[in-house]
Design a protein around this ligand. Sequence first.
Ligand code: SF4
Length: 260
Amino acid sequence: MVALPGSGWPGDPADSSTPVAHNAVQVAALAGGAATLSTLEARVSVCRACPRLVAWREGVASSKRRAYADQDYWGRPVPGFGVEHPRILIVGLAPGAHGANRTGRNFTGDRSGEWLYASLYRCGLANQPTAVAADDGLQLLDTRVVATVRCAPPDNKPTPAERDTCRPWLAREFEFLWPSVRAIVVLGAFGWAGLWSAMRALGMAVPRPLPKFAHGVEVALPDGPVVLGCYHVSQQNTFTGKLTEEMLDAVFTRAAALAR
Ligand code: SF4
């Protein structure tokens, strides 16, 4: 069962009249033609341009994890979450199969989100440390969270073609957000590459050579925001101790300072 547009899912930006992209050309046209951020969110949330990802996200929503067997799943692309004019932008990889793909909100309902939002709360960038459902009252302060690819992929690995097909959604969102953003925190190497790629697609200057991803690296863009690299909050990193709470807090403390 997938949440139908306009069916009353908390925060659903779409309704039955929202146009649906079925291929890469239509993604580019609908993203480029979105006059407002809310229109973009609605169009993203009903996209069906990547057949493999559509089948996967909806299959997961239908089969479910046993612990969530009594819940409906969102099962659709996940739009950005947070304020409309953020000073801090967080760029992730893609929705989690039983997290954002279940709840309909980025990093909500899984271990990755527990780490991310607890850190944002400790750093004064969220009103509560937990994120369990789209209507749980979580509000971000001066911050917005977006994914490079908007559908949950198998094994958390979108293909290059899926990444490229989804890029116009990210690029158009950047256009709306760029004027206010002072710091961009990129979670992991996939998002790091996605950021430069989206900037290039917008005709923006990118550093030459492209800076390598590393935790804690900072890149000050001329006349633009500062880009901060951060290990992804995936369990692969948090369970193994590659990323600690202190390391995560240090990145967001720095981002908050840049935003001020
Ligand atoms: Fe559409 Fe992006 Fe999902 Fe592909 S990954 S179906 S382009 S939202």
